[in-house]
Write a protein that binds this ligand. Sequence first.
Ligand SMILES: [Zn+2]
Length: 192
Amino acid sequence: VAEVKVLIEGYAREIDKGWLASSTVTLIRAGTKKAIVDPGCNRAKLIEALNEEGLGTKDIDFVVLTHGHGDHTLLCGIFENAKVIYPEEMYNNDNQVSYEADVIGQGVEIIKTPGHCPEHCSVLVKTDKGTYAVAGDVFWCTEGGEVTWDVSQIDEAHPAEVDMKQLVKTRKMILKKADFVIPGHGKMFESK
Ligand SMILES: [Zn+2]
């Protein structure tokens, strides 16, 4: 069975001239393979969190980027041996190939979850505790806020350019498939 662990809970706080923000970083273990979903942009925190798992940057086999925003992607190059999945291709240095949804291992599935942006993807992981959706910014909130998962509500976290109709569809799909949702910023929540 696959395992999921949130290494860093993502945060997002608006400050005077910009944001203090980094994405949730999630570790998936599937058989002998290890994958990171969204390495984020806080290097010190990431290295420390890996060390706490007894891991170094060399030990990660895959990095999945849910989407291209810098607060989720900035550190994807620090994993010497990882293949980087984003969004249609899998990169092995300069070699780009297509990939199967279950490339990481048994019980792990990369799915398309458009809305926050068109290319957005998420990762579903079947564990013995239930199915987890590592959902990136399909769900997120600013610091101190609650993740809005009431799909009928448009939350402040999603600006006008977001395809809200598509996002609502995607959210419904994720809430149906997953028992636990890991947002791009903010706390994990149960979907039922
Ligand atoms: Zn984000």
